[in-house]
Design a protein around this ligand. Sequence first.
Ligand code: ADP
Length: 438
Amino acid sequence: MALLVFAAGVGALSRFDPAAGLAFAAGGAALLAALFGRALLRPLEEIGRFAVARAAGDMERRLRWRTGPGRPIADALDHAADAVSARIAQADSEKEQLQAVLGGMVEGVLVVNATGRIVLANPRLRQMFSAWGEVTGRTPLEVIRHAGVGDVLRAAASTQELVSAEIQVAGAEERSILMNAVAFPASGPRLGTVAVFHDVSDVRRLENMRRDFVANVSHELKTPLTAVRGFAETLLSGDVPPADVDKYLGVILKHADRLSNLIDDLLELSRIESRKVPLQRTAVDVGRVAASVMAGMEPQLRAKSLGVKLIDEAPGEALADRRAVEQVLTNLLDNAAKYTNSGGHLEVRVSDAHDGIRVEVQDDGIGIPDEDLPRIFERFYRVEKARSRDLGGTGLGLSIVKHLVQAMDGDISVSSEVGRGSTFAFTLPRAPISRNGP
Ligand code: ADP
């Protein structure tokens, strides 16, 4: 409509004065341009505001410019912006998932780019290598300070294969870390290398323990067997004077007993460790159990003229397995008797501990050197091998004691002085007070 009026005006004017007509036409053109310009600018401005709002995270924002020929464009822009937003949301959620996985992994993960700079290091990796602070963009050597890691990363970067190596990491306790590294992507130009670190220290320690254990058991079995065999062969050869036959048979019997003790202790240890026979924990009067164990050992104690005393402070009952408590006391008293010279004294005290029942088995025997004390509960550990064997020891008694006490949620400790004697003390949890009982 404005256009028709304007055209009519131009026509009318040009009939009278060409210059005025021209001026009028120029003014009209400017007016038209301004009108069209405004009409064009408004949607463009709105698109701009829309883009800024979307970029700032306002995902609900829609283009209001919905009229006339602009509508398909507005729809297309809204649609495109929604698609971009959906992708961003998906990427965000994938990133969060990845972060959660990396954060929760027990393995350390390290990713370096093609120039060997760190792109990613998960929390476990930082903990494994005590790598704190900013690590992105730095080299593994700067952060991890282990030459072996760099060697494996370089080796992996130059091959298609997975490269594995076990590295030792020094620290308060040396740890064995299995490292697997592979370059990515599998084909095409290399973008970097990803390495996964698995702490295998416990596995290695168990393997070593098992190896040592098998070696120890074989050795322990072999010694008495060799003796039994040697003495039996000598007897069979007929070279033994009849007066010595009994002595030889006695030696054979002693070694056969040792073998049998050893096998009993091994079976007991494996039974406790495998927890195949669960402990039956009930309220146990430890003082009474101690009295009965001591009574059972009387012949052994009398043979060595050992004085023995039980001090039962009646601290109440422990939550324990009666048979296990018997076994613990038997082993400790047996040791006390074995490693105390004739005429010595043994004492068992059952008392009230801060949070349970405390039992002390004390002797005034040979004592244990300070340097041996930390290892005394290890399997087959003996201060004097020959003395222990002579006394029929297997080197497993204290190991069994420790396992049993711990299986009952107790603690055991030892204090000793060479030449003055030893005290083994263990605690057991207190049994809950029975509501029906006295
Ligand atoms: P063993 O069968 O040799 O007695 P144990 O495991 O019972 O094995 O004890 C390990 C070692 O601890 C013994 O060989 C001995 O050297 C030392 N030991 C244990 N109890 C005592 C004790 N009461 N006094 C001195 N030494 C002890």
